[in-house]
Design a protein around this ligand. Structure first.
Ligand SMILES: [Fe+2]
Length: 165
């Protein structure tokens, strides 16, 4: 579902997060952000992401662990992908995203290492849903330079179609 959020109270918070992400990823663009508190994420891929657009992520907070594992054919570690045929081994690498910007193709497998403490994970990305946004939505995004469009909510994560610079 692509729609307009009436949650004006969120707009300031979203603008602040977006501004922070812009300062950490100055040379890339996105349409959406996700803010997750203490994410627990097993091996998965985000096939709803728009092909050709990377995810840009970093995590803040007082925590240990919480590295991100990203599938990479040249990687130096492995992860087991269970499937109906018994599973297979994937190659990848661990990256530290604790206050460090990380960009990766979220359409490949990835996961977040368990952590201890308080972790805020921030991600900027382009979902395929953006392709379904109407020209009216896009026009409003360009003009308003603000956070008007909520894409969807799930769990504790709120994903917002954000302003694009
Ligand atoms: Fe993901």
């Amino acid at each position: 579902m692509v729609g307009v959020s009436n949650a004006t109270g969120l707009q300031e918070a979203c603008a602040a997060v977006n501004g922070f992400l812009r300062s950490r990823f100055p040379s890339v663009t996105w349409t959406s952000i996700a803010v997750l508190f203490n994410p627990r994420m097993g091996l998965h891929r985000d096939i709803q992401n728009m092909a050709g657009h990377l995810n840009h992520a970093l995590a803040l907070g007082d925590y240990t662990g919480g590295r991100v594992w990203i599938e990479d054919d040249e990687g130096d570690s492995t992860a087991w992908l269970a499937d109906k045929k018994g599973g297979r081994e994937l190659r990848g690498r661990w990256l530290d995203m604790h206050d460090k910007p990380v960009s990766f193709d979220a359409r490949r497998y990835h996961m977040v290492e368990p952590h201890a403490g308080s972790m805020w994970a921030l991600a900027a990305y382009v979902p395929q849903a953006y392709a379904r946004a109407t020209e009216q939505h896009r026009e409003a995004l360009r003009e308003a330079d603000t956070w008007l469009f909520c894409l969807f909510e799930f769990g504790s994560s709120l994903q917002i179609l954000a302003s694009k610079h």
